[in-house]
Design a protein around this ligand. Structure first.
Ligand code: DTR
Ligand code: ZN
Ligand code: ZN
Length: 364
């Protein structure tokens, strides 16, 4: 309807892939080479969502999270009022927009607690995860997009992971609860990632085999606005060094879609391994196709990466990682806009079409 149609879109996407081939060629062999075959992704919903989800909208949510931390001792860590108010903020914003929101309780036994006789102890800590799903679309072909809602106790957690939280919230609001999707979109804001992926582990464990098969893919966003940003896409095709786990078939499609989208924005992405460092971990373990984006944490940007992306060589991607200075000043708005765009495009694409992902019968 009024758009370029499938053939026109295909031509535009071929041009984007050509650009991506040229650009990833500049990454001195470390870039994520697109898999062979045609381009993936796109369509009117993907384009609309990518255009309508704005950095200003997401930054508004980051300011709200910062204000929560400011009122509560400077952090939003699990077990604190700052975390509980973060849950309320995300849940009430979604409810006002017409989403039916669930906030299931999870039990937190952190790695530190183990071996100290707290197992099953009275007073075991609990917290909450926030879940909202479109009322539309197939519920046996769910596109799940996640970010973690807790900070570390040392700081307000605005890049880590307010950036992922706010991006998903902005996208959910632009998408709408009754979005014109083929596949339902489920947003999950996990609790207690910083205590060892507790929320995502309990979430995946809590799904029956059938419910697990209903999840067509998981998209993770943890730290997507780092101040000295890199542009990383999770290694869905196993082509990058360092992955400790093989991601399920279909993860290569997710990687390629995100790499291609960033390339179309003029950004050559590099791969980053699946090694259990964030909430994708339990999904990868459960053989759910997974992917996501990342702008880097404590390691320093190399001279080659600075030549590729700009920014400062020899300086951490996020110098305020897990520190009190991870505030709203610790955000690269340009990087955030690009990652927000790629995530919105990915959600919109997969909500429309799951080409390149395993059919339900082959999952799990
Ligand atoms: N999980 C993170 C930081 C982190 C470290 N490596 C990666 C790779 C991909 C995403 C995130 C991360 C934290 O919350 O501290
Ligand atoms: Zn962290
Ligand atoms: Zn994080």
């Amino acid at each position: 309807m009024g758009g370029p149609g499938r053939a026109g879109r295909a031509r535009a996407l071929v041009a984007a892939v050509m650009a991506s081939l040229v650009l990833t060629g500049c990454a001195s062999g470390t870039g994520s080479a697109p898999a062979p075959g045609g381009p993936v992704g796109g369509g009117p919903l993907a384009e609309r969502l990518a255009a309508e989800a704005t950095v200003d909208g997401a930054v508004g949510h980051l300011q709200a999270l910062q204000a929560i931390a400011d009122r509560n001792g400077g952090n939003r860590a699990v077990g604190t009022p700052g975390y509980d108010q973060s849950v309320e903020y995300v849940a009430s914003t979604l409810s006002r927009a017409g989403f039916r929101v669930e906030t299931p309780t999870i039990v937190v036994t952190s790695e530190d607690d183990e071996g100290e006789g707290t197992e099953g102890a009275v007073g075991a800590r609990t917290t909450r995860t926030v879940i909202a799903q479109t009322t539309t679309g197939r519920t046996d072909e769910v596109v799940l997009s996640g970010a973690h809602l807790d900070s570390v106790p040392e700081g307000p957690g605005i890049n880590d992971d307010g950036s992922g939280v706010a991006a998903n919230l902005e996208i959910a609001l632009r998408l709408g609860a009754a979005a014109p999707v083929t596949n339902a979109v489920r947003f999950v804001w996990f609790g207690a990632e910083e205590e060892g992926l507790v929320g995502s582990q309990q979430y995946v464990q809590g799904l029956s085999a059938d419910q697990r098969r209903d999840v067509a893919l998981m998209l993770n966003s943890d730290m997507i606005a780092s101040p000295n940003a890199g542009y990383f896409v999770y290694d869905g095709d196993g082509s990058d060094p360092g992955s400790t786990e093989d991601a399920a078939a279909g993860s290569a499609t997710i990687e390629r879609l995100l790499v291609d989208r960033l390339a179309s924005l003029g950004v050559p992405a590099q791969g980053t391994p699946f090694n259990g460092d964030s909430d994708y971990g339990p999904f990868v373990e459960a053989a759910i196709p997974s992917g996501g984006i990342f702008t880097g944490d404590a390691p320093s940007k190399t001279p080659e990466q600075a030549a590729l992306w700009g920014g400062r060589a020899g300086v951490p991607f996020d110098v305020c990682y897990h520190r009190a200075c991870d505030t709203t000043s610790n955000i690269d708005r340009v990087a955030y806009g690009r990652m927000l765009n790629a995530l919105a495009f990915g959600i919109g694409s997969f909500a429309t079409d799951l080409d390149g992902l395993p059919p339900r019968a082959d999952r799990g």
